[in-house]
Design a protein around this ligand. Structure first.
Ligand code: S3P
Length: 435
């Protein structure tokens, strides 16, 4: 089991980039695979999660060549073939949930599983609407948990009203909707990230959006496209946190995706006094991108609630660490979805931040965090969750006392270059990885 030991000294300074956006990369492989023709993708995410999507589509018979550019030879909507093995999506919930939507429309049977964490994450939110569309899906506890067996069929359209804002649920139903004989719609209580809608349109499909309802007609052919994937704002969030909190820091992260459904963390930090500027905005056909510059400044506490959640869901670990160092009480509510992420992130953040000496009260749907001037060094655990591991590494850098983060291999699921990048930005700090 790897651990990271950090002794933070000095600021974060430099200009750099982060891996390609994970959400966009998953969708890029999926849509390219069921499109007609070849797609070439630049900037594909480097972590294990997206490689699990690549592997899954290779087992479904798609030729995917990985060099600097990723080349996908699309098979068309009905060209996938029955895999001769169980598809293992590792730690990646996005791979499993979105893939279920595509598998629901195939005429063959597939068995899909994941690692220990993923096998405990709820799947009914996806399998139930897909079953309503006609797919036969079985698995533990009424198809709530992987391993799952999916036998697709000719799907019927549904009008799905999701009780939670979830891009994974929305995307799975829309992808299945491509295989349905009529118009499928998904309505969510608040708009979740819209990468699937943008990419489906980019590949030539027509979608109709009205508020938080999106409709898609089945049978639409997708056409292979070439495009470049911008950097992942969720990976960037840890460096944004570090640069905001470590005196004299100044960093620029180039070519980061700034889709408005993903940038709420920047708004929250700015309204707390953070110096964050966006420049060189590129409003590309598929997804907007910009360079993000962050300078150190003193932050006020903040309050975030249910309406903020879809736009900063994956950034809560970084925001919770910011709150722990900002004088006064910060409030994070409406975040109960965090309990079913790669780990229970509310519990993990409360335990780790308390260990570092912060005053944290755990709520059913969030955290109340009383900021302190400085945290003490200690030993904390990632609980196998990449975002907790990276947030705690930065907490250690800010605290400037030796901090050990246990169980950190999970960082490879999304950001294998994280530690190397941190070392370049903070050359005076000591950052060691031990076995
Ligand atoms: C994702 C959607 C979000 C997010 C996850 C990636 C996606 O999950 O937390 O990391 O790519 O669609 P939910 O759909 O469960 O909210």
């Amino acid at each position: 089991m790897h651990s990271i030991i950090v002794n933070g000294r000095g600021p974060l300074r430099g200009t750099f980039s982060v891996p390609g956006d994970k959400s966009i990369s998953h969708r890029a492989i999926m849509l390219s695979s069921i499109a007609n023709g070849v797609s070439k993708l630049e900037g594909f995410a480097t972590g294990e999660d997206c490689m699990n999507t690549v592997k899954a589509f290779r087992s479904l018979g798609v030729n995917i060549d990985r060099k600097d550019t990723l080349t996908v030879e699309g098979k068309g909507l009905h060209g996938l073939k029955e895999p001769g093995e169980t598809i293992d999506t590792g730690n990646s919930g996005t791979t499993m949930r979105l893939l279920l939507g595509i598998l629901a429309g195939q005429s063959f049977r597939t068995v899909i599983t994941g690692d220990e964490s993923l096998r405990q994450r709820p799947m009914r939110r996806v399998t139930q609407p897909l079953r309503e569309m006609g797919a036969m899906i079985s698995g533990r506890d009424g198809a709530d948990f992987a391993p799952l067996t999916v036998k697709g069929t000719n799907l019927h359209p549904i009008r799905h009203v999701s009780p939670i804002p979830s891009a994974q649920v929305k995307s799975a139903v829309l992808l299945a909707g491509l295989y349905a004989d009529g118009e499928t719609s998904v309505t969510e209580p608040l708009l979740s990230r819209d990468h699937t809608e943008r990419m489906l349109r980019f590949f030539g499909a027509e979608l109709n959006t009205d508020g938080t309802t999106v409709r898609i007609k089945g049978g639409q052919e997708l056409k292979g496209r070439n495009f470049s994937i911008p950097g992942d704002i969720s990976a960037a969030s840890f460096f944004i946190l570090g640069a905001c909190m470590i005196p004299d820091s100044k960093i620029t992260i180039t070519n980061v995706g700034v889709n408005p459904t993903r940038t709420r963390m920047i708004d929250v930090l700015r309204s707390s006094g953070a110096k964050i500027t966006l420049s060189g905005a590129r409003d590309e056909a598929l997804e907007p991108a910009a360079d993000i510059t962050v300078e150190w400044s003193k932050l006020d506490p903040f309050k975030i609630g249910p309406a903020d959640m879809p736009g900063l869901l994956d950034e809560i670990p970084a925001l919770a660490v910011a709150a722990a160092f900002s004088g006064g009480e910060s409030v994070i509510r409406g975040a109960s979805e965090l309990r079913v992420k790669e780990t229970d992130r509310i519990k993990a953040l409360a335990a780790d931040l308390k260990n570092l000496g912060a005053d944290v009260r755990e709520q059913e749907d969030g955290l109340l965090i009383q900021g302190v001037e400085t945290l003490k060094g200690s030993e904390v655990d990632s609980f196998g969750d990449h975002r907790i591991a990276m947030a705690m590494t930065i907490a250690g850098m800010i605290s400037r006392e030796e901090t050990t983060i246990l169980n950190t291999e999970c960082i490879n699921t999304s950001f294998p270059e994280f530690i190397d990048t941190l070392r370049i930005l903070a050359p005076d700090s000591e950052i060691r990885i031990t076995d």
